[in-house]
Ligand binder design. Sequence first.
Ligand SMILES: C[S@@+](CC[C@H](N)C(=O)[O-])C[C@H]1O[C@@H](n2cnc3c(N)ncnc32)[C@H](O)[C@@H]1O
Length: 552
Amino acid sequence: MPGANRWNYDGRVTQSHRADPSPSPAPQGDPAALAGLRQDLADADYTVQQLGEIVGPVAIAALDREQALPALDAARASTAPAAALMRLLSLGEQVTRRELDRALPRSGTAGAIRLGLVAAAGSGPDDGVRALVDLRPVDVGPGGLWLASDLGEVATNQAVHPEHVLGLGAAGRTLAELTVRSPVARVLDVGTGCGIQALQIASFAEQLVGTDISSRALDYAAFNAGLNEVALDLRRGDMLAPVAGERFDLIVSNPPFVITPRADSGGAPDGSGSQVPGGASSSAPLQRFTYRDGGRSGDRLLADLVGQIGAHLNPGGVAQLLANWEIPRGGHWSEHVRDWLAGTGLDAWVIQREATDPAHYAETWLRDGGITPERNPAHWQQAYRAYLADFAARDTEAIGFGYLILRRGSDQDAPWRRFEELTARLPPAPHHAIAHTLAAQQYLAGADQMLPGERLLAERLVVAGDVTEERHYRPGQPDPEVVLLHQGGQLGRSVRVGSNTAAAVGACDGELTLEQITTAVGVLTDAEPVQVRAEVLPVLADLFLDGFLTIA
Ligand SMILES: C[S@@+](CC[C@H](N)C(=O)[O-])C[C@H]1O[C@@H](n2cnc3c(N)ncnc32)[C@H](O)[C@@H]1O
């Protein structure tokens, strides 16, 4: 993940001084032109793996820190067509028409100009060609994708435009990696941007709808859909408005969740700048970036989205969202999210990954928008104060970042709710763990039980292959003081368990039922089986939910 900065949409550290005055229009082309380009990119082996081999891991790591120099030098030293494409289309360097004609033999420079990808200084083979858009391979989805988006700051050395269309950033990658990949009929991607989420879901969905308020974003999504041969139904409008009355099996959204000060708190999004609240500063608008700011006060955008999303889910349908939430002073981190969920009847699993204080939050997003204290101290101070005043007005102590996994369960049962903080680095492909837990929760919920997990008593369980146990003893003591179970996969959890639970888990080798095992633990510890079960079953149910234990 670039810069390992999950707060930032693309992990970049802003280096620019001026806002890009007028972004190029999104590229577009007819199916034949897109087919030619697709073939060219495939023949050039313009893939994440090939680019990694050309520039090497050190340059890739530097790129993650927004430093293009090592990658540029390595790409210049290579004669591979993919190296020329990388220099031009993702690093912002000019190449000659000759180089581009060689890298894209079917489309040629003339075809790339017609598609709106590049502009050329002249028609001679040595004339320079510069990129108008970013076009790069990304390694999400089963076979990877080619993704066009606006040029980033590394390429332009300018602050991005308010209508900037993001490529694959850190947040987008996170959502893609979390998205459960079971075959589904209808999928909705809210705030689709360049279409990355919808495109990476295409291999397991029958029908895909993407919505966005930005027509530039939708133009990019249409180009990317054509280039990657995906059918995408794209609709313009505010959040769920374009799908009124429609239902889906999976809804994903990396929404514009960034909390931005505004005078018109709660007003409808209109694309205007947000006014810095308070006195003289109110004359200076704080730039609104469509890619990150949905035009509502505080975390209202997510409140509205969560409140309305259930009406768009088919029974059993799942929604996966990224979000920021405000944490009220003295309150629990989940307070706002619980309020959003109240009355929805949705099952909800909410994971907070990190929390930050208002000042840190303000700095992050001011820098993301190109405002730094070095460049423009007066503007920095004014805008910084606006953020602090905005959070203070709602007595916000901190801002949480995390994921919401929502499911429309049976309307009869009380909804399942789980709120947890998971701050450790997640193992690869966390979508497996999400899918596992959703299925395990449904299994556990599908029975009348006195105790959580009672249904497991009849099962023969086994310990998952990625689980290890760690024991700590006080010197001279025969029994461990602390027993920890660790997961290598799933969500990489570590759980402290009591000795009875550890004994029961240790006996889960698929031979005996859990009822037999808990009886045996009772015999060994001189306790009634009913007491042992009351103690260990809730813990074993959680271990089952989280994939430490599975049914043999
Ligand atoms: C963070 S970007 C996500 C883009 C892409 N889905 C991804 O995962 O990288 C948020 C998207 O929401 C769009 N957006 C902003 N305000 C919106 C609104 N009120 N309604 C719908 N979409 C909106 C932006 O244009 C942008 O494309």
